[in-house]
Design a protein. Structure first.
Length: 291
């Protein structure tokens, strides 16, 4: 690939910094918190994540859409969120008094539809600040050329900073971080190159490639300030334990694969839009979520 050498040189520089202990402090977390005045903003983070991974910013039940004079288009398929089931129960407090509370005892599925699956009068949606940030992301046009939707969810209480879903071709971001964005985009590039088709979601090699790749990609375009090497080093250490390897050794074992994924993104950014989709081989569809 045209950019492989640049990716390789940048990755080598980062690995040297790791080896020499020149790792800056991790950047402060900035969570995404959409201010859209839509019902799904009150859903649990997991249901907001499901919505984002289906490529929607606004989702509601069938009758909720009717309540705002919009109708689900004929033939549209719902996706499902989880609704908690609860009932009244009593317990004794520290003073010996019985108090009532609602106890969750299970969940049920509820079908919902995204805004683009409906038609009718416009409804107020959007968070201008976050939407502008999404549009300004480096390599956003590469994601679009690869057919990826990019959206956000309220990530403050989530277990995930972001996720890539290969089935729905979607990236969801819970942190307002270029490092998280690059991590998920590298996951997508790693899929396109076909390098981990046989690996399960969350495999240590997948995660090391994504995080080392994110740091490499951002550094390669002069965004060392956003590469977050401090977090990267801690993240690599966590996943290297799975392979019972020192973090630097884990990186060295996947550096070629990492550079291939990074080069795929850089090459796509340097390729005319009408040629990008055909630039890399497709891989078989699989249901995979990557943290």
């Amino acid at each position: 690939m045209h950019f492989y050498g640049k990716a390789e040189q940048t990755a080598a520089t980062i690995l040297k910094a790791f080896e020499e202990g020149r790792v800056p402090k991790a950047l402060a977390l900035v969570y995404c918190h959409r201010k859209d005045n839509v019902p799904c903003r009150k859903w649990s983070w997991s249901n907001q994540l499901i919505t984002a991974l289906h490529g929607h910013m606004d989702a509601r039940g069938y009758r909720q859409w009717q309540a705002v004079s919009r109708q689900v288009k004929k033939g549209e398929q719902a996706f499902w969120i989880l609704v908690p089931l609860s009932k009244k129960a009593t317990k004794t407090d520290d003073d010996g008094q019985e108090i009532e509370y609602f106890r969750t005892y299970g969940f049920k599925g509820a079908p919902v539809f995204g805004l683009s699956q409906t038609e009718g009068p416009d409804v107020p949606t959007g968070d201008p600040a976050l939407d502008q940030w999404l549009d300004s992301l480096p390599f956003r046009r590469v994601a679009e050329a690869w057919g990826l939707s990019v959206s956000t969810f309220d990530g403050e209480h989530s277990r995930h900073a972001g996720q890539y879903d290969n089935t729905h071709k979607a990236i969801a971001l819970g942190e307002q971080s270029l490092s998280v964005w690059a991590h998920e985009l590298v996951h997508a590039a790693d899929w396109r190159t076909g390098n981990h088709a046989k690996e399960k979601a969350g495999h240590w090699r997948c995660e090391v490639v994504a995080d080392l790749g994110a740091a490499t990609l951002l550094t390669a375009i002069g965004r060392e300030d956003a590469a977050d090497l401090g977090h990267t080093w801690a993240y690599l250490g966590y996943y290297a334990k799975e392979a019972k390897l020192p973090p630097i050794v884990a990186c060295q074992r996947v550096v070629a694969r990492t550079c291939e994924a990074v080069a795929a993104i850089l090459d796509a950014a340097d390729t005319p839009a009408d040629q990008r989709i055909a630039a890399l081989p497709a891989v078989a569809e699989q249901v995979e979520l990557f943290a």
